[in-house]
Design a protein around this ligand. Sequence first.
Ligand SMILES: Cc1cc2nc3c(=O)[nH]c(=O)nc-3n(C[C@H](O)[C@H](O)[C@H](O)COP(=O)(O)OP(=O)(O)OC[C@H]3O[C@@H](n4cnc5c(N)ncnc54)[C@H](O)[C@@H]3O)c2cc1C
Length: 484
Amino acid sequence: MPPPLGGRPGGAPPPPPRATAAGLSTVIVEGELVGGECSYWACEPSKALLRPALLRADASRVPGLDPAAAGPLKTAAVLAHRDRMAAHWNDDDQVEWLKTAGVDLQRGHGRLDGPRRVAVTTPDGGTVHLRARHAVAVCTGSGAALPDLPDLAALRPWTSREATSAPQPPGRLVIVGAGVVATEMATAWQALGSEVTLLARGTRLLPQLEPFAGELVADRLREAGADLRFGVTVATAARTGGEVRLTLSDGGRLAADEILFATGRAPRTGDIGLETVGLTPGDWLTTDDTLTVTAVPGDWLYAVGDVNGRALLTHQGKYQARIAGAVIAARACGSPLDTGRWSPHAGTADTAAVPQVVFTDPEIAGVGLTTVEARRTGRRVDVVDYDLGHVAGALQHHPGYRGRARALIDPDRRTLVGATFAGPGVAELLHSATVAITGEIPIERLWHAVPPFPTISEVWLRLLETYRDQRGQATFSRTQPLAA
Ligand SMILES: Cc1cc2nc3c(=O)[nH]c(=O)nc-3n(C[C@H](O)[C@H](O)[C@H](O)COP(=O)(O)OP(=O)(O)OC[C@H]3O[C@@H](n4cnc5c(N)ncnc54)[C@H](O)[C@@H]3O)c2cc1C
């Protein structure tokens, strides 16, 4: 069974026992580094840059620690830590992991070459032809989507790759965008000493998330010294004498040392032979919940990870790889698929419970629906808000804690369908919400999940009490059976 095209994390093969049990062999085709974007230019290096920044921000608010914590970060040490976390852009360890998992590796650029076939252009210019008995999984990920500005090559802008691997903080950094990459990189580089100016097209940061998330992050970025400008885009941009010079849509002018375009992602499908199987190069690959590409007959082509556009996050790509692996193995054995909601052959979580943490100051952690999404899709939800600063555990975290939590409850099924937490240290709260949503735990039962005192997780109790106060005393008096 060739590929995945593209090596990990979305391209993680089915776990060896499953593949072995099904008698399948697997080869990964990788054109760059085994481990993909996450390991070298995304999650790992960005979180390594952010950890000291967030820890310093937290520590500087704790009595007794503040003077010690408020000083400048040791840039060289932070960057050395980042380099280690990106494995010095060397994939030897991951190649070793592939070997122990019994997966073959073919280096080179892979292209589909008709049904079940892949042609690989090898680093020495040769061609290797692979033929799959069962399946080909396209796991080629996504790359930065750049705006349509003239002479972009001469501008030499940063994308997320340069922003996560730069050898030094730039003196002045302009960031175009307001999403996760823009806000995380603004947080990191401002903390490392750059003067950051962030240009947002819309009226707020993190527009896909609950509005309070972007507001809290904007406040903290401003306090850290970043210049945030809203309702503005780049009209012209040029690099002159080593300096980036911009004119803005509002007529303003800006100069900087580097410019980062954090303006979205595009699927890496431009040169992977999609035309040989009747698909359009450059398109996202649409799949059903079994991760099978729906527009190609024969149930042999799968798309896993960013490239299918379902949820552009490492953990979702790995989840999809587990589901796709089970589907491929079942089909190879001639076993029937079990594709009902939350079944072994359906990636239900992609549409019901995608957890995401934004590692800004403060952290933002969300899973499932937001009010923005509920409004967009016409879904009826009860919205419950609570000020995290009133939770005893948050005040133990540090005095003056600022944060907020929101729960979305399906009023008919009486289960949680969405949760967002914004505040220092909330990332680790998120999995409890993910479990509540995927388990479809009735709120009557959640009432009995006692949060320990004094932790930030007491916000669960406060949210439920607030819901009871909104809905009346009878809210938790009914005993409902757990969802099947
Ligand atoms: C700055 C930044 C920070 C992020 N932080 C997080 C985070 O904290 N948590 C999180 O969950 N997600 C994060 N993400 C998202 C995460 O990086 C992606 O969701 C994830 O990398 C997608 O995995 P993938 O396997 O689909 O694709 P990729 O990781 O892009 O891997 C695709 C692989 O395919 C290879 N390839 C492509 N085309 C070919 C070809 N034709 N032939 C052979 N090989 C090919 C590539 O070389 C690459 O190795 C972040 C993204 C960015 C940009």
